[in-house]
Design a protein around this ligand. Sequence first.
Ligand code: AMP
Ligand code: GLY
Length: 439
Amino acid sequence: MKILLIGSGGREHALAWRLKQTPGVTIISAPGSSALANLGEVKPVAVDDIKALTSLAKDLKPDLTVIGPELPLVLGLADSIRALGLPVFGPSIDAARIEGSKVFAKDFMVRHNLPTASYAVFYDPIEAKQYLKDSSYPVVIKADGLASGKGVFICGKLSSALDALTELSSMEAASRIIVEEYLAGEEVSFFALTDGTDILPLATAQDHKAVFDGDRGPNTGGMGAYSPAPLVNDSMEKLIIDTIIKPTVDGLRVEGSPFAGLLYAGLMITLSGPKILEFNARFGDPETQALMPRLKGDLAQALLCAATGRLKEASLSWDNRFASCVIMCAEGYPGNYRRGDIIEGLEAAVSQENVTIFESGVTREPRKTMVNGAEKWVETAITNGGRVLGVAGLGDDLETALKNTYETVDKISWPGVHFRRDIGSKALHPGPLYPMPMY
Ligand code: AMP
Ligand code: GLY
């Protein structure tokens, strides 16, 4: 099976790594990365160049196109490749609004009676300001559009809400603003493959959005993940499927925008049940890096079935072991970050047992290095993104998975590297702030 994989990050590296384990699968990535170049051909076409990606698909005639990031989905890449008569794993421009516009998503949730935080939408910052003056705190303020996880502010008091408004005023994604009720609880990412009608839930995972230990500091695209999320036992999974996933897939189909791809529900498990924080229209990053090492079965076939309305024929199973993934970031991330640092220890760490390293922001360039006393040009791994590496470890329990993961993390370094030390600690030590919900 020839697969065209759109994207270049750690999620795409993890997907490609797993897809390649199906015999007969070949991968062509666009724009790809140096890691993806080790798994197949790469074509240097940017993810937002819909015209060029469509003509690439026209030339290559892949058996399946898998779209990794949200941007090409929101720009309509799935539609234009499908219009060529080629199977695509990824929703249409209409279905992808569930991620591309938080206002669309919230209104959809209300139309379909889905559990979520109460909210108000503002087009005018002055009206938003007045509303915030009259609000009780905490509140959550969100940009409507895509903001790489950085358009959400949780504000404990009016002054921080006003700061958030100022910050949002310079963001293109924030022409509309949502102010919503703060939900207390424990977060879970729930992924399901769907062909628009049937669903196939994947294993559960938990992300860590805040940049610093203890969930402090600004939100990022995701600093680490583990799988499974112990909070989602069988009855919770059933509740999530029955009250959230199925009605969402049905609602999109009934509204004329069937969703074929991966539906990602970002959930808060509250004392009154699971509530939707957001939807995404694609695999999560870094959850995918924690999920792929646990996945057994034929992922390529399952994605093809989802793309072609035959999801009923697909099945997947999961390794019983736990997985954790720690994201190693460049200095400055999630703000302006450094690029171009040599990554020490990566090549040696790659062969660690029970650990796989997925590259999010790495490039390889020839650099002058001393080899056996002589200076030589050697292909060298260089930081080239805010999130640089995702180190994913497996273990019989979460503690062992984390131990394997951090042992490898500690072997890799570059100037200014930072990462969270407490990935998974909420699952190991549930505190009083996160009471287990009862039903
Ligand atoms: P979102 O992009 O909407 O998922 O928001 C990013 C992050 O902000 C989530 O992963 C949560 O950690 C947090 N968040 C979003 N909405 C809420 C809310 N209503 N209550 C509490 N935390 C929230
Ligand atoms: N892990 C968060 C995201 O992929 O949006």
